[in-house]
Design a protein around this ligand. Structure first.
Ligand code: FEO
Length: 392
C-alpha cells in the first residue's frame, strides 16, 4: 500500500495487487494492478472510490494510518467491483457516510453489492458539492467503459479523479507517472478496456477541454502531474489515423500456415510495411490488443480444424471484433485438406465491422508456387491500400 499526499489534505491511497495475473478472468496483467482511492479531508470528509475486495485490508490499514474517524461521503465514480467492492465494508464502519453516484450507478450498486437505497445520493452531470474549502464537480462520462461512469473534478486544486479513464494496470511503489515509461501500460489498458468506446471517449475528452486540469488521478496505476502526456496519447489512440502496420494473428498446426505467413511477412517488410506477427498459441492477448490500436490492416492466418478455423483463431477473431479497433483492411491466409467453411466462420464473426475485406488466400495442403504468387499479390494489394491512405 502507498499513501501519498498529492495536495494539501488530499491523499492518494494506492492498494497494490502485485500478484494478480488476470482481470475479468480474461485480461492478462503482466505487472499486477493497483486500485486507487483518494481521501479528501475537509469540513466534510470524502473518499473517492474504494478498492477491490482483494486489497480491502490495505485500504482499511490506510484509513487507520490517516486517522480517518469521520467519513461523510464516498464517491463511487464507477460501479465495477474493483473500485466499489469494498464500499459495503466502508459504510458498515462509517454509519453515517452516504454513497454518491450517478442514477445508473445507484441501480448497479444496489444490484451488485446490495447497498441499501437510503445510503445512496445520486448526482447529475455538472452538479457541484461543497465540502468546506473544496468543491467537487461531477462530470458524467457514460461508456468509459460502463454506462454509469462519472468523473469527479476538484475545483480548487484542479484535480480530475478519472477512475478507469487514463488508468493503467500496474502495481506501483512510486505514485507519479514517469514520462519515460508510462506509455506502454497505459496503451495496453486503453487497448483492452477503452478501445471499444473510442467514439464516446472522443466526446468526453472534448468536454474535458472546459476544465483546467493540473493533475489526473486515475483509479489504476500512476497519477499524472503533467496531464498533457496522457491526454496527448489518448488523442492519438482515439483519432481516426492508422499506421503503416499489418498485424498477423495466426496458428500453424503442421507448418503450412507458418510457411505461408513467413513468406508474406518477408514480402511486406520488403515493401516497407511494419509487420507484427502473433503466433496465437503463446501470444499474450494484451500485446495483440496493443498492436490493434494503430494498425491499418489485419491478416488472419489459420488452418482448418474439422470444418472451421482453428478454435484459438476463432477466439481471437471474436476478440478482434469486440475490441472495435480502427483497422481499415482485413484478409485471411488459410489452409485446408478437404472441405472447409473456415472463411465463412471468420467472415460471419467480423460481420458488422467497418472494414474492407481484401481477397483472402486459401490453399490446399502445403503452399505451392501458385499460392506463393497469390500471397505476393496480397502483399501488393495491401501496399497499394496503404499508399492510397498516404501511410507510405
Ligand atoms: Fe477498474 Fe472498470 O474497473
Amino acid at each position: 500500500m502507498v499513501i501519498n499526499e498529492i495536495k494539501k489534505n488530499i491523499w492518494a491511497i494506492i492498494t497494490n495487487d502485485w500478484d494478480r495475473r488476470l482481470f475479468d478472468e480474461l485480461i492478462p496483467l503482466p505487472d499486477g494492478t493497483s486500485y486507487n482511492s483518494y481521501f479528501l479531508r475537509d469540513e466534510k470528509n470524502v473518499l473517492i472510490d474504494s478498492s477491490d475486495p482483494r486489497t480491502k485490508n490495505q485500504l482499511f490499514n490506510a484509513i487507520e494510518k490517516l486517522k480517518i474517524e469521520k467519513l461523510d461521503y464516498i464517491i463511487s465514480n464507477h460501479s465495477e467491483q474493483d473500485h466499489s467492492g469494498t464500499i459495503p465494508k466502508i459504510i458498515e464502519k462509517f454509519k453515517s457516510a452516504k454513497v454518491i453516484v450517478s442514477e445508473k450507478g445507484r441501480k448497479y450498486l444496489m444490484s451488485l453489492l446490495l447497498i441499501p437505497e437510503d445510503r445512496i445520493i445520486t448526482v447529475k452531470d455538472g452538479e457541484k458539492l461543497n465540502i468546506g474549502e473544496k468543491t467537487l464537480e461531477f462530470i458524467h462520462t457514460p461508456w468509459v467503459h460502463w454506462p454509469e461512469t462519472i468523473l469527479t473534478y476538484e475545483i480548487k486544486n484542479k484535480i480530475l479523479f478519472s477512475c478507469d479513464l487514463f488508468g493503467s494496470h500496474l502495481a506501483i511503489s512510486k505514485i507519479l507517472a514517469s514520462e519515460n515509461d508510462f506509455y506502454k501500460p497505459a496503451k495496453r489498458y486503453y487497448a483492452e478496456i477503452m478501445m471499444p468506446f473510442r467514439n464516446h471517449i472522443k466526446k468526453h475528452i472534448e468536454k474535458l477541454k472546459n476544465f483546467k486540469i493540473e493533475i489526473i488521478a486515475p483509479s489504476h496505476g500512476p497519477v499524472y502531474d503533467n496531464p498533457t502526456v496522457i491526454i496527448d496519447a489518448y488523442n492519438d489512440w482515439i483519432s481516426d489515423n492508422v499506421k503503416n502496420q499489418v498485424v498477423i494473428p495466426y496458428v500453424s498446426m503442421h507448418g503450412s500456415i507458418k510457411k505461408a505467413i513467413d513468406y508474406f511477412v518477408e514480402n511486406l517488410i520488403e515493401k516497407g510495411i511494419e509487420v507484427k506477427p502473433f503466433n496465437l498459441t503463446y501470444t499474450d492477448i494484451g500485446e495483440l490488443a496493443i498492436s490493434l490500436v494503430d494498425c491499418a490492416t489485419v491478416v488472419i492466418g489459420t488452418p482448418t480444424v474439422l470444418t472451421g478455423p482453428h478454435p484459438v483463431v476463432f477466439y481471437s477473431t471474436y476478440l478482434f471484433k469486440l475490441l472495435r479497433p480502427k483497422t481499415k483492411f482485413v484478409s485471411v491466409i488459410g489452409s485446408f485438406l478437404w472441405g472447409t467453411n473456415m472463411l465463412k466462420y471468420i467472415e460471419d464473426t467480423i460481420k458488422g465491422m467497418n472494414v474492407e475485406i481484401i481477397e483472402p488466400v486459401i490453399f490446399e495442403g502445403y503452399p505451392k508456387e501458385n499460392d506463393f504468387e497469390k500471397i505476393k499479390n496480397l502483399s501488393e494489394k495491401i501496399y497499394q491500400k496503404h499508399k492510397d491512405l498516404n501511410l507510405i
